[in-house]
Design a protein around this ligand. Sequence first.
Ligand SMILES: [Zn+2]
Length: 329
Amino acid sequence: MRKRYVLGIDLGGTNIRGAAVGAKGGILARLTLPTDSSKGRERVLENLSRVIKALSRKFSSKEFDLLGVGIGAAGGIQQREGIISQSPNIPQLDGFNLREHLEKKHGFPFFLENDANCGALGERWVGAGKGVNDLGLITLGTGVGGGIILEGKLWQGIDGTAGEVGHMTVNSEGPECRCGSRGCLEVYSSATAIVRRLKEEVSRGEKTQLVGKQGKRLDRVTSRDIHQAALAGDRLSRRLLREMGRYLGIGIANLINLLNLELVILGGGVAEAWEFFVPTLKKEVQQRAFRVPARRVKVLRSRLGANAGFLGAASLAWQRATEERGYEG
Ligand SMILES: [Zn+2]
C-alpha cells in the first residue's frame, strides 16, 4: 500500500510554515518561506504555491499518496466556501476564495481553518493537550487568538467563527479594540497591549530601566524587552505582567464557568513570561470561577510552539480527507 501523508501549512503574516506530515503527526519534511504580504496578493499566492509544490514533489514517487492540504490562517474563515475574511495579517486575501484557487492550481483537496483553531487541534493531536477532550488554546501574540475543543471536536459555531477568546469583554469600560468592541481580553493580554500599557505608564511618569539613558527608545520597546526587564528585576515590567495575568485570569474564569474545560493551553510569545503572570492568573481563576471547575482546570504552556499551527492544519487535513475518502486515518 502506498504511504499516505498530508501537508499542513500555517499561513502567517510574516512566514508561511509548511510540513509534510504522517498519520501519527510525524514531520516528514518541512519548509518555511516568507509570506511577503506587503508585496500583494499575487506574491502571497505564489509563495504559498512554492511551499506546496516543494513539499509535495519530495514525495511524488509511486510509493506516496498525498491526501490533502490543511491551511491555517488568521481571520474569519468560511470553511465551506473556502473564503478568508477579515484577515488581520494578510488583508490582501480578504474575501478571496483561496480554496477554489488552490484546488484548481494543484489538484489536491484543500481544507481551511482559523490559525488558532489549528493550534488547538495541533496541541490536542501531538502536544500539551494529547488525549484531552475538552480544552481551550489561547495564543498571546500580536493579538489574542483562541481555539476550543469540546468533546473531542473543534467547536466552530454556526458560521465557523467560534472560539474568539481574545474578544470576550473583560472590562466594559476598557480601551477600544480593533474588532470594534472595547475592553476585550486582547487589549490587556496581547503583546501589543503590554507595550501600550508600558507607554501609558511611562508617559504618566512611572520609572523603568527599559527606557532612558541605558535603555531603548520608548517606540522601540517590544513585549520581549518587557519580559527581559522583568527578569532583571524591573518593577514596572513585573507589575504590567501581573496586570496582564489578572485580565487573562478573568477571561479564563469566564471560559471554564461556561465550558468546564479540563485544560487551558497558553501559547504565543507573551507566554514566555509565564512565571510573572501565572500567579495572578491563577488567583483570579480561584476567586471567580465555580469551585469544581476551578479545581479541575489545568493551565499549561503550549508544547508545540510555532509548530502547533501547521501540525493542527495537518491533523485537520487527515481528518477531513479520510472522512471524504471513507477510510480510517
Ligand atoms: Zn476585540
